[in-house]
Design a protein around this ligand. Structure first.
Ligand SMILES: [Zn+2]
Length: 234
């Protein structure tokens, strides 16, 4: 699973609500990720406050009113003991934090999904055109990488269905090759478990090939510094 996918599991992990297998995957990811441990610490602190707050002690009927009363800074409304009021306010705040985090994640996921769909629709539009062409990239590694393009419309896209992770220090860089001169068309990392579509707009009549090399993360290079691992004629 990717960092994004595993990050989605962190709130549930903090609340101990994952299956044993999911929890194992999260633990394995935490060892290698430099962002998730910090986020988890924050969530665990929240979860601990949730669990430690005296919310679980009284039975529910008046609880909602008590939490609302505790959150509103109106002394006349807060009739529960002061220590409790603080505990309930912390619990209510924790619930709000978790809800806000979840909503933010969901919004991000929707935006990412929309981007992916838009990119895939673009590929379909290219392929549906009568002048569409496809070039399968081949080279020194086993991979599922195609370049679909339409010379007359100047639209193309790299479609990556199978490509190993280049490692944390590296990215893949796409090149459009005119004669012997490679021009960068951007860098990318494969997305494990799902296809990656990278739209490319260019005057494809100028180029004879597309190539992919491994370059330094995160920005790649101005010119290839390694031999391309995959090449396709266009
Ligand atoms: Zn991560």
């Amino acid at each position: 699973m990717t960092h994004e996918a595993l990050r989605e599991l962190l709130p549930a992990y903090a609340l101990d609500a994952l299956t044993a297998e999911e929890a194992r995957e999260v633990r394995a990811h935490l060892e290698t990720c430099d962002r998730c441990p910090g986020e988890l610490a924050l969530l665990q602190e929240t979860a601990t406050r949730l669990a430690g707050a005296p919310v679980q002690v009284p039975p529910p009927p008046q609880l909602r009113e008590q939490i609302l009363a505790a959150v509103r800074p109106q002394p006349s409304v807060v009739t529960i003991p002061r220590g409790w009021a603080i505990g309930l306010a912390a619990a209510a705040a924790a619930v709000i934090v978790v809800a806000a985090l979840t909503a933010a994640r969901f919004g991000q996921q929707v935006a990412q999904l929309q981007q992916r769909i838009a990119a895939q629709e673009q590929v379909l539009a290219i392929l549906a055109g009568p002048t569409a062409q496809t070039s399968v990239l081949a080279g020194s590694i086993e991979a599922g990488v195609k370049f679909v393009y339409d010379r007359t419309r100047g639209q193309g896209a790299l479609v990556v269905t199978d490509l190993q992770d280049p490692g944390r220090q590296s990215v893949y860089q796409l090149w459009l090759v005119a004669g012997a001169v490679p021009e960068s068309a951007g860098v990318f990392r494969p997305a494990p478990g799902r296809p990656l579509v990278i739209p490319v707009r260019a005057d494809f009549t100028r180029y004879q090939a597309v190539a992919i090399s491994i370059e330094r993360a995160p920005f790649g290079a101005a010119q290839p510094t390694t031999t391309p691992i995959l090449v396709g004629r266009i």
